[in-house]
Design a protein around this ligand. Structure first.
Ligand SMILES: [Zn+2]
Length: 608
């Protein structure tokens, strides 16, 4: 068998013949396809490798079907028949566009690397990025393929010899993988019906030894086949699944991809001696930075010193009237903020009781996978897959504990949610974190594309147009919009009731300005009342009785310095995406607090 691999020095040959039409006959060039990925809607890119050098490559869109049909595979070999090597303007790198090629081999087990002495790399580095990947033993492709075949052994032996892929390495273009994972969450079987009839579906969340998670979904026959097999907490080898880009709307797992398993997918339980305990990976969010995560689908991890533990409470669940144990703990961290974490079910009665017993020792807890809610502005809540580690052996825990013992316990700490919740009367914490200038919003038009992002700004209202619709008619009970009934009164869809009276609630657009830029700011009732200084009903009365005073009232609201907490999201308007900036909280500038904030900012500049 001839040695299967890329042409030696293929990349050098390509660079020397940037346009092969001019240099006939075309030299034989076989390269390995590495990091194949979809760019845009229908264009594939990859890195061409000869084992020694690499070159960024784009496939002509006419070749996209070859990728979809599997003729061009990631880690496969292709022979280049027509291509051009181009310069990237103002950059030393080059890139290649391939217009014609043929498959030499499907995906090899791994990227081929010939041994390169360091000197050689240096000498030929111009324009090429050599991947600083882990060291790999140099093998010929034939050798690798032979080894793959040797793996076709009985299932038991296969399990022993399987090459396990880390979840982080999986992508939609790589077909042949096996992962070794623990079931860290198992959903219930759900039924659905659509145009093609009835079906059923369930999903599991899988975590590998590195702590990387992925969600796997099974429909119909596959769902029936694997529902009993996947047991929460057990470890499995999983192969022959398909990957696609994750729909983050429905996924709580931190992975860009999600997996679908069909009937032909393989799921084998791993025997006990081979099982593993997944490493818990934390991505701690400081307490004062939780605001932007409120009501996000993605779960967060926190670490903090426990400053308070409540007794167990019993909460009646609405859906089935069952009583659920709940316990609230309060945690603090070096951001000098506290937040309440609600522990539910076993976490309330188990680890929650343990925490109550040692509460006087100010234990540190690291909590994985919490939901961030808006109760009291910002609150945290456990879910079934949340896990709590008391006094974990982590450097962060040690640092936090020594901070708390030396100074933290003396500091009076505000709740992170104050200033975020409508009932709070001043914008404390949130107004002085992640402060930006308005030009930042203008310069980053795609902010908030995936989910709303939050910032604080110090700005002036520069104008509120008096001729716009400033309010809507609201139900006095639920604040929802009401419609005038034919027989008098106002109908509320929310309450399903007719009421004699309604009230007006602000909903307006104002211009806001700082030293750098000016933007449109959407303002709702509470913030508008604070800015204008009277209720919508009062302003409406003024407008009908003394129109000139009404305009004066709106003028008076301008040029007063305010601090705003704003959310930035994207709205579709006439098929065009537009940035929408909404005031979530507004407070007149507190000069003392602002000065303190500025002094802190200045001292940060000195330090760095
Ligand atoms: Zn109502």
């Amino acid at each position: 068998m001839a040695k299967l691999g890329p042409t030696p020095d293929a990349i050098s040959t390509l660079l020397a013949n940037p346009s092969p039409k001019e240099s006939s006959p075309i030299p034989e060039i076989v390269v390995q396809v590495v990091d194949l990925n979809l760019k845009g809607i229908n264009r594939y890119m990859f890195t061409a490798s000869d084992g020694k050098m690499r070159l960024k490559t784009m496939l002509n869109t006419e070749l996209s079907p070859d990728v979809i049909s599997g003729k061009i595979q990631n880690l496969g070999l292709i022979r280049l028949l027509d291509y051009t090597v181009n310069d990237i303007p103002n950059k030393p790198e080059k890139y290649m566009i391939v217009t014609k090629c043929e498959m030499v081999s499907p995906a090899l087990e791994m990227e081929i690397k010939s041994e390169v002495s360091k000197d050689e790399v240096k000498g030929e580095q111009v324009g090429i990025i050599l991947k600083p990947k882990q060291e790999m033993v140099t093998k010929s492709a034939a050798q690798i393929m032979h080894e793959q075949n040797a793996n076709m052994a009985p299932a038991a032996r296969m399990a022993m010899t399987r090459r396990v892929h880390p979840i982080v390495s999986l992508n939609p273009y790589q077909g042949n993988w096996t992962i070794k994972v623990r079931v860290t969450n198992k959903g219930t079987m759900r039924t659905y019906s659509n145009a093609r009839g009835q079906g059923c579906v369930f999903n599991v969340e899988l975590t590998d030894e590195d702590g990387t998670e992925i969600r796997a979904t099974m429909f119909n026959e596959a769902a029936k086949k694997f529902y009993e097999k996947f047991q929460l907490g057990k470890v499995y080898y999983v192969s022959k699944g398909a990957l696609k880009v994750a729909n983050k709307k429905f996924s709580t797992v931190q992975n860009d991809y999600e997996m679908t398993l069909n009937e032909n997918s393989e799921v084998d339980e791993v025997s006990n001696e081979e099982a593993f305990v997944p490493e818990t990976k934390f991505d701690f969010i400081p307490i004062d930075m939780l605001g932007p995560h409120v009501n996000s689908k993605v779960l967060v991890d926190v670490i903090g010193v426990v400053t308070n533990v409540s007794p167990t409470m019993s909460i009646r669940r609405k859906s089935d009237n069952e009583n659920i144990p709940k316990r609230d703990i309060t945690i603090a961290d070096e951001s000098k903020k506290v937040v309440v974490v609600s522990l539910w079910n076993d976490l309330a009665t188990g680890v929650g009781q343990e925490l109550l017993d040692i509460a006087d020792q100010s234990p540190v807890v690291a909590i994985k996978s919490l939901k961030v809610g808006d109760y009291q502005g910002v609150s945290l809540s456990t879910l079934s897959r949340s896990s709590i580690f008391v006094n974990p052996d982590l450097p962060e825990a040690k640092r936090l504990k020594s901070w708390y013992d030396s100074e933290g316990k003396e500091v009076s700490m505000a709740s992170v949610g104050s200033g975020m919740s409508p009932s709070a009367n001043s914008g404390a914490w949130s107004m002085y974190s992640d402060r930006i200038s308005l030009s930042y919003l203008k310069d980053n038009p795609s902010l908030g594309e995936d989910k709303p992002v939050f910032f604080s700004v110090k700005a002036y209202i520069s104008s509120i147009k008096p001729d716009q619709t400033l309010w809507y008619r609201a139900c006095k009970m639920c604040n929802k919009k009401v419609t005038e009934s034919l027989d008098g009164g106002f109908w509320c869809d929310g309450c399903q009731k007719n009421a004699e009276e309604c009230s007006l609630r602000y909903i307006l657009v104002a211009r806001a300005m700082d030293a750098t830029s000016e933007v449109y700011l959407s303002v709702f009732n509470n913030e508008a009342e604070r800015i204008i200084g009277c209720s919508a009903d009062e302003l409406d009365k003024l407008r009908s009785e003394e129109h000139s005073l009404y305009e004066v009232k709106l003028k008076q609201a301008t040029w007063v310095p305010h601090v705003f907490r704003v959310s930035v999201s994207q709205n579709e308007y006439n098929n065009e995406k537009r940035q929408r900036i909404t005031a979530r909280a507004a407070a007149p500038l507190d000069f003392a607090a602002e000065s303190k904030f500025l002094l802190e900012e200045i001292s940060k500049m000195k330090a760095s």
